[in-house]
Write a protein that binds this ligand. Structure first.
Ligand code: GLV
Length: 323
């Protein structure tokens, strides 16, 4: 029987089908599987079902020539060297589709929270700062209007499109930029620099890859309106965090809502964390129980297909099947 490593206990139903088809080795924790344990446990495995925290790099693939497939319980696969996998004919499964609305909801939650300073206001109340002498004033905790504002969406994939649908409910004008031309109802295709210059809110919904790494750099941040708000629920490496922190602390940008960081978990002393105009969450864009169960089911279905010698239903590098 094939050996398959599962790097975390997973929710959902389909994971329970695996033991009928393979020898399943599940990392039981505590916590996430450390990289040295991943290296050790992968020995002799034909497949691995991993999380986005598991780095599957070329060295790991090189050390495991018996590995036939990788299935990740994530839509993003930037933690996997997909090029190296493809060159070895290894399919890389991912879990698109099912997390689209959940992630778009999280994007809007951050957008509204950053626009209306919700977290700062919450801290103010809980910190005992709301007193009779400052109970209300015309400028008290004023933020930015969302309704009727212009939203620029970077990346018009499924999540970007779902964000655009939500924006329609707020009567927003929606600009969109995508690496390849894509027509989306209600979205005006706009060059990236013009999108940044015209938008009151910018939402990053593009995958991280070589083309998008550091896409929003110092020059592009400087194009944004001073009172604009930047939201990132995609990947941290897309934004130059140092330049972002500078812009936010020098009145060059109103606020940011960040679910992702270049290095996760983000260091406690990261400059962005000391800024009151940053709302942040720990990479939880797809975090509802129902969505996580669906993601785990797709990841398990990808493993089951690979074990049967069939094409994975959701594969990030389907070209491996063209050979
Ligand atoms: C989450 O970030 C995912 O890629 O699934």
């Amino acid at each position: 029987m094939s050996k398959v490593l599962v790097t975390h206990q997973l929710p959902g139903e389909r994971i329970h089908e695996l033991p009928d088809h393979c020898e399943m080795n599940v990392w039981m924790g505590p916590g996430l599987m450390p990289s040295d344990a991943l290296r050790d446990e992968l020995a002799g495995c034909e497949g691995v079902l991993c999380l986005l925290t598991d780095r599957i790099d070329e060295a790991l693939l090189e050390a495991n020539p018996q590995l036939r497939f990788v299935s990740s319980m994530s839509v993003g696969v930037d933690h996997i060297d997909v090029t190296a996998a493809t060159s070895r004919g290894i399919p890389v499964g991912n879990t698109p589709g099912v997390l689209v609305d959940t992630t778009a909801d999280a994007t809007f939650a951050l957008l509204l929270a950053a626009a209306r300073r919700l977290v700062e206001a919450d801290r103010f109340v809980r910190g005992g700062h709301w007193r009779v002498e400052n109970a209300w004033s015309p400028e008290f905790f004023t933020g930015n209007d969302v309704t009727g504002a212009t939203l620029g969406i970077i990346g018009l994939g499924e999540v970007g499109q779902a964000v655009a649908r939500r924006a329609a409910g707020f009567d927003m004008r929606v600009l969109g930029w995508n690496r390849s031309e894509r027509t989306v109802p209600g979205v005006e295709n706009t060059e990236l620099d013009a999108l940044l210059a015209e938008s009151d809110f910018v939402s990053i919904n593009v995958a991280l890859g070589e083309e998008t790494r550091n896409l929003i750099d110092e020059r592009r941040l400087a194009l944004m309106k001073r009172d604009a708000v930047l939201i990132n629920t995609a990947r941290g490496g897309i934004v130059d965090e140092e330049a972002l922190a500078w812009a936010l602390s020098h009145d060059r940008l109103a606020a940011a809502g960040l679910d992702v960081f270049a290095q996760e978990p983000v260091q406690e002393d990261h400059p962005l964390l000391s800024l009151p105009n940053v709302v942040t969450t720990p990479h939880i864009g797809s975090a509802t129980l129902a969505t996580r169960e669906k993601m785990a089911d797709i990841a398990a279905a990808n493993v089951l297909a690979a074990l049967r010698g069939e094409a994975m239903p959701s594969c990030a590098n389907p070209e491996v099947y063209q050979r």
